[in-house]
Design a protein around this ligand. Structure first.
Ligand code: SF4
Length: 357
């Protein structure tokens, strides 16, 4: 990965986490990083590495398998801090820690809107669908301060370029008017990720995210504004959120929020996420460790019989509660996009890994 030079700006406290610019150069392969912290409760303990990207349109390798051929990811790392997050491994590509470092060392492409605007005007650009939120959440807390998404949405709208967003962040409602405007000129697919409604589980396994009910409020509000929103019911966490009663509660709440679709996705544990999740499991649910080792003995995915069972149960519940069928939208593309376990590592300028939150 290569970053352009960045002028150090005033504000915040540069390098207060002990990183020197030389250290950043080692981290990111350039002396073009401003390290910044903010002394507010919201951002305490978080370090932002502000960089200027040369390109923000990332091509997903193996597009025949992955229906998202192009993605835009203004951030790396995610303060939502989901223990199971599949993007943890990508922090390792930056020589950053994939555990707590993923939650607290956030790379911000501060020039993402202007670079995207330039790239969209290129004669080589064919106006393909652009997916956002497929690596890390573009509406994580940092977006409240950096406000990159309004510029990104505006650029896509100006070019009537179709796009989709997958998020757990309620901050997306800040951009409601822009999204409504975009939906008038192009295809806009929004999906919110809500794997379960169990408050206790949410607090421990997704500690930095808005509560599931708040996320469902997003679904409701978008619907009221005429922007259909699907729910990616992900992850379904084996033995913790997969009891038929829990599945029923979750699907019922998703239906009540007016979701246009519900797409279940069982937890998968790729390297990077697996170690972090299993440590968490050992601390919070030690009696489940052996069962997980058996269930995920073959690799990153739960066995097919288990996945099929969950899918069938959720589809039956969706029918019972009247959730609309999965439309030709983001949710279905996400389901189709499940990467094979043995997928080759991406051969792109920026390591891309779809998290499918
Ligand atoms: S799963 Fe999504 S919201 Fe959670 S930490 Fe990963 S990128 Fe952020």
């Amino acid at each position: 990965m290569r970053w352009e030079n960045l002028t150090v700006e005033s504000g915040g406290s540069e390098g207060s986490d002990g990183h020197s610019r030389a250290a950043d150069a080692a981290l990111f392969g350039a002396d073009a990083v401003t390290t910044r912290t903010f002394d507010t409760p919201e951002f305490r303990g978080i370090t932002f590495h502000e960089v200027r990207a040369r390109s923000v349109l990332n091509r997903v390798p193996g597009a025949s398998r992955m229906p998202f051929e192009w993605t835009v990811n203004p951030y790396r790392g995610c303060t939502h801090a989901c223990v199971y997050c599949f993007a943890r491994k990508t922090h390792g590509y930056l020589d950053l820690d994939t555990g707590i470092g993923f939650d607290t060392q956030i790379v911000v492409k501060v020039n993402a809107p202007e670079v995207l605007r330039r790239q969209l005007t290129s004669r080589r650009w064919q106006g393909d669908h652009v997916a956002m939120g497929t690596n890390v959440d573009c509406y994580q807390r940092a977006e409240g301060r950096y406000r990159l998404m309004p510029g990104i949405i505006s650029a896509l709208t100006e070019h009537a370029n179709p796009f989709s967003i997958l998020t757990k962040g309620t901050l997306i409602l800040r951009d409601l008017d822009l999204l409504a405007q975009a939906a008038r000129v192009t295809d806009v697919g929004i999906s919110v990720s809500v794997g379960f409604t169990d408050t206790e589980l949410w607090r421990t396994v997704e500690p930095g995210t808005p509560a599931p009910e708040r996320r469902l409020d997003v679904v409701r509000t978008l619907g009221e504004r005429g922007i259909g929103c699907g729910v990616l019911m992900a992850p379904v966490v084996p033995f913790l959120s997969d009891h038929p009663d829990r599945l029923r509660e979750t699907v019922r709440a998703i239906a009540a929020a007016g979701a246009t679709s519900v797409t279940p996705l069982v937890l998968h544990l790729r390297p990077g996420a697996r170690e972090w999740f299993m440590t968490w499991l050992g601390q919070h649910h030690p009696h489940l460790v052996a069962r997980y080792e058996r269930l995920y003995a073959e690799g990153a995915y739960a066995p097919r019989w288990y996945q099929r069972r969950i899918t069938r149960q959720v589809h039956e519940l969706a029918q019972e509660y009247g959730v609309g069928p999965t439309r030709a939208g983001l949710a279905r593309r996400i389901q189709a996009a499940r990467a094979p376990e043995a997928a080759e590592p991406p051969a792109v300028s920026e390591p891309t890994q779809l998290t499918l939150m």
